[in-house]
Design a protein around this ligand. Structure first.
Ligand code: DUC
Ligand code: ZN
Ligand code: ZN
Ligand code: ZN
Length: 483
């Protein structure tokens, strides 16, 4: 049984050309002119691209006294409906919990996924147990580990823990990731704001200025450099952080930055909306920024200093957001975006000329697959690759609204935005999951994707490159007198 995608224009991260694609057994088996198959999908007037990969989701995650509302079922249904065919979710041990124990929890949830998925592992505390369990996590194909420099007293790790973890990751050939905000400063500013009576959602933005992100990004880059480990900075939202990443790249360090579609298209004025619910629904960390920072992020995508566009999809209902009435520090942090990332980026990036179609494919799919060790199985339109494909209709429009979304929450942060550019068909390993824009997937279709370790190693100019090697002892004993 073969399916042929006919009459489309294939768009990859580096090529645009007309050809048909044959799909058999979940893989791409042939690319060429005038193919025919047992069934055919008409891609006339459309682009055929690798399905999106969102490397940053939090599905059914215990966080801030509750659970994020979209789980692997509704979350991956939303993903596929918007042209995303794979997610990488964060397995998050609570401090004190073993990594393998957390993995078991995530395996129990992810069985409902409609599309393929993988995990990053979060390092929320440091101990001999965490150190000892890391190789088993890597052996199971989870080759990237995230550290929170924010959320003091909860998920945050200190610099000594960060350095120890980074050194371990280097030994294992894994990638370090950071949520880069200075948690000590955020805690201090939050307490001050609350004491001054600044309890509303705008207090959240005041408590997390761009400097806290810039500082933490610089610090994480330097510590990664000393450990010699590649570093991926999640949700890069501002020029200070972007600037640190640019500088590191220029010095030969393997550092990547990931803006979110929310930060690219929504700004800080959202927190000053007169309706408390409106503002609280948009509370996430880092917060939305002003136009100057948005321009910096767009420029980074065009120039290559920023590599990926993700969502940090972590959806809470209005009722959950209201846990923070009277105290912004209790508003569950997080926004949705899984269904909207691709159409919003196409509309605001490709259609405006800020990025090209090929750059669109790179930052929504191919770069993710390369950085996280699964290219060309994922992120490619090539013979032998998984047939995770989106047939993209560049002229199809809709108005984003919560009333028609797949996500299980009761609002959408992009409510009312017009998008042009939507999926016509979406295939997950060859199975058509979205047909003429309508969802037609099935729960449990998604499979875990094990990823490779030993990705690119940092080739920094730093003199500290070999910090872990033994150092010659040059002096010892009691200093001579009279010197
Ligand atoms: N930021 C959020 O807004 N939500 C989940 C975790 C995070 O870092
Ligand atoms: Zn984060
Ligand atoms: Zn996150
Ligand atoms: Zn299936």
């Amino acid at each position: 049984m073969s399916t042929v995608i006919k009459n489309g224009t294939i768009v990859t991260h580096d090529l645009t050309y007309k050809a048909d694609i044959r799909v058999e057994g979940g893989k791409i088996t042939e690319i060429g002119p005038n193919l025919s198959g047992d069934s055919e999908l008409d891609a006339t007037g459309a682009y055929v691209m690798p399905g999106g990969i969102d490397p940053h989701t939090h599905l059914e995650m215990p966080f801030m006294g509750t659970y994020s509302t979209d789980d692997f079922e509704s979350g991956t249904r939303a993903a596929l409906s918007g042209g995303t065919t794979m997610v990488i979710d964060f397995a998050l041990p609570s401090p004190g919990q073993g990594l393998l124990d957390a993995l078991k929890m995530w395996d129990n949830k992810s069985g409902r996924a409609h599309c393929d998925y993988s995990y990053h592992m979060a390092v929320t505390w440091w101990s001999q147990q965490v150190f000892d369990e890391m190789p088993e996590v890597v052996a199971r194909g989870i080759t990237s580990f995230k550290h929170f420099l924010a959320y003091k007293g909860a998920l945050m790790v200190n610099d000594d823990e960060l350095f120890s973890s980074f050194q371990r990751l280097r030994e294992l050939g894994a990638i370090a990731m950071v949520h880069a905000e200075n948690g000590d400063v955020v805690a201090e500013l939050s307490a001050r704001l609350l004491a001054e009576g600044n309890t509303g959602p705008e207090g959240h933005a005041y408590s997390r200025p761009t400097q806290v992100e810039g500082e933490a990004t610089n610090r994480a880059i330097m510590i990664a450099d000393m450990a010699g480990v590649p570093l991926y900075v999640v949700h890069t939202s501002c020029e200070e952080s972007h600037e640190a990443i640019r500088r590191a790249k220029q010095a030969g360090k393997r550092v990547w930055g990931e803006p979110l579609i929310q930060h690219l298209t929504l700004d800080e004025s959202e927190y000053f909306h007169p309706d408390w619910d409106h503002a609280a629904r948009r509370v996430m960390s880092p917060p939305f920024r002003n136009k100057m920072h948005q321009d910096s992020l767009w420029n980074g995508l065009a120039s290559g200093s920023l590599s990926v566009v993700a969502t940090d999809h972590c959806a809470f209902s209005t009722d959950q957001k209201r846990y923070g009435l009277g105290d912004f520090t209790k508003i569950p942090n997080g926004t949705g975006g899984l269904e909207d990332r691709m159409p919003m980026l196409w509309t605001n990036g490709v259609r405006t000329g800020r990025i090209t179609m090929n750059e669109f494919v790179a930052v929504t799919s191919t770069n993710v697959a390369k950085i996280f060790g699964m290219y060309p199985r994922k992120g490619a339109v090539a013979v032998g690759a998984d047939a995770d494909l989106v047939v993209w209709d560049p002229e199809k429009s809709k108005t984003i609204t919560a009333s028609t979304q797949q996500s299980a929450i009761d609002y959408n942060v992009f409510e009312g935005k017009e998008v042009t550019g939507l999926p016509r068909f979406v295939l997950s390993r060859g199975r058509v999951m979205v047909r003429d824009g309508a969802f037609d997937g099935h729960e449990g279709h998604g499979q875990f994707v094990a990823r490779d370790a030993n990705g690119p190693v940092s080739q920094a100019l730093s003199a500290w490159k070999d910090l872990t090697a033994p150092r010659p002892v040059q002096r010892s004993g009691i200093p001579a007198t009279g010197v």
